[in-house]
Design a protein around this ligand. Structure first.
Ligand code: PEP
Ligand code: MN
Length: 450
């Protein structure tokens, strides 16, 4: 990083580099006005919180904690409702309770939430019945409806992204610190779920054991304050650089730059060009950051990312989120882990078992098989066990609702079910039951690996 440039100048260098996956904003005056407006807004997160998360991720890199990162593929403005936010949070809290209890490991909880509005696309356009329109790039850019008007990129949507993120984060903070996430509520999170689902019943047994442990502790005279609140962080793909840089601020404590639109931001598989704008922008901020690594990543690429994004080898700064696909993880991951470890770097390795396992169902729905998701996580654990490194966490697309977007799971969804409740604006998500199934299975893998 060039430290001779002023903080402001550092923030602008990405503009001179090749940039991928940015919308073709038709109205440049509107773009400038929307970005100027965003620059006047207060930060959504505090730099000190980002540092706390960096510390937690350093523990993950050292093998002392496990990350649960999850949420929608694409948040939508319409989805900013109390019910939807509560049920996503509830699902993550239930998964975290299962993992913490059954795997006996501290769980770092990170939502793909309060900012996950911009989407990279494999094609710039979408064609239906002979009509071609710009692709949907997330609610922060254009509308999902397949009409010429909805698909025009509108920079004021980034302003709505800020407000939607603020409202979401406010409720998440209220729930996680105001009593809802108190571990004594471990049964309450399951109340609407237990009666009709095998995973809900299984969860109920864990919750009863946790409750017994809490009662035992209380009887012994200890009732720790730590169990009343939950430490929860926000994250999203830092895709739209106009938005991310407008929300980047100088930390008053240290004079360093932080992206204040979320605690953790990551670089996606399609925007990780070593000499591109995204890597440059991310090298300027001090947040803990992630980078998605697909099967084409070479061990030398991984080292080049480390040198560019974490030259000072700061613990917890860089997380590798691998998304190889169930069929490739056992072949492709070992060389990366070996090289990175061999060169003395310590990173948190997280498995995204979603993005390498997407296919089109006969009905035309984008879907994933629960068994493939599970198999990629299994492969990830096998590789790390084989090399003596730490499987540091999972990154999943999920929702708290009873959607029918992924195939399989204990409460099995088959191809014919996909049309029943397919609501994702982008990739298929695990529903609540599939998410809990996954948490139980990952807890078992973790236990037998450690
Ligand atoms: C995503 O996380 O939704 C995504 C697009 O992932 P990737 O960059 O790994 O394809
Ligand atoms: Mn996705």
């Amino acid at each position: 990083m060039d430290t001779t440039l002023s903080a402001h100048a550092q923030l602008e260098t990405w503009r001179n580099l090749p940039v991928k996956q940015q919308p073709a904003w038709p109205d440049h005056a509107a773009l400038r006005a929307a970005a100027a407006e965003l620059r006047t807004y207060p930060p959504l997160v505090f730099a000190g919180e980002c540092d706390i998360l960096k510390g937690r991720l350093a523990q993950v890199a050292q093998g002392e904690a496990f990350v649960l990162q999850g949420g929608d593929c694409a948040e939508t403005f319409e989805g900013v409702t109390a019910d939807a936010i509560r049920s996503k949070l509830k699902t993550l809290l239930q998964m975290a309770a299962v993992l913490t209890y059954a795997a006996s490991v501290p769980v770092v909880k990170i939502g793909r939430i309060a900012g996950q509005y911009g989407k990279p696309r494999s094609k710039d356009t979408e064609t239906r019945d002979g009509v071609t329109l710009p692709a949907y790039r997330g609610d922060s850019v254009n509308g999902f409806d397949f009409t010429p008007k909805a698909r025009v990129p509108d920079p004021w949507r980034m302003v709505r992204m800020y407000h939607s993120s603020a409202a979401t984060l406010n409720l998440v903070r209220a729930f996680t610190t105001g009593g809802y996430a108190d571990l004594r509520q471990v049964h309450a999170w399951n109340r609407d779920f237990v009666a009709n689902s095998p995973s809900g019943e299984r969860y109920e047994m864990v919750a009863t054991e946790i409750e017994r442990a809490l009662n035992f502790m209380r009887a012994c005279g200890t009732d720790p304050e730590e169990l009343r609140t939950v430490e929860f962080f926000s994250s999203h793909e830092g895709l739209l650089l106009e938005y991310e840089s407008a929300l980047t601020r100088t930390d008053s404590r240290t004079g360093l730059l932080y992206n204040t639109s979320g605690h953790f931001v990551w670089i996606g598989e399609r925007t990780r060009d070593l000499d591109g704008a995204h890597i440059d922008y991310f090298s300027r901020i001090r947040n803990p950051i992630g980078i998605k690594l697909g099967p084409a990543t070479t061990p030398d690429d991984a080292i080049a990312y480390l040198n560019k994004l974490n030259p000072d080898r700061e613990p917890g700064r860089l997380t590798f989120v691998t998304r190889m696909g169930a069929g490739l993880v056992r072949d492709k991951l070992p060389a990366l882990v070996e090289k990175v470890t061999g060169e003395g770097h310590q990173v948190a390795w997280i498995c995204d078992p979603m993005h390498g396992n997407t296919f089109e169902a006969p009905s035309g729905h984008k879907t994933r098989r629960f068994d493939d998701v599970l198999d990629e996580v299994k492969g990830f654990f096998e590789v790390h066990r084989g090399l003596g490194t730490h499987p540091g966490g999972i990154h999943v697309e999920l929702t708290g609702d009873d959607v029918t977007e992924c195939i399989g799971g204990g409460d099995e969804i088959v191809f014919d079910d996909l049309g029943t409740r397919y609501e994702s604006a982008c990739d298929p998500r695990l529903n609540r039951s599939q998410s809990l199934d996954l948490a139980f299975l990952v807890a078992e893998m973790y236990r037998s690996a450690s």
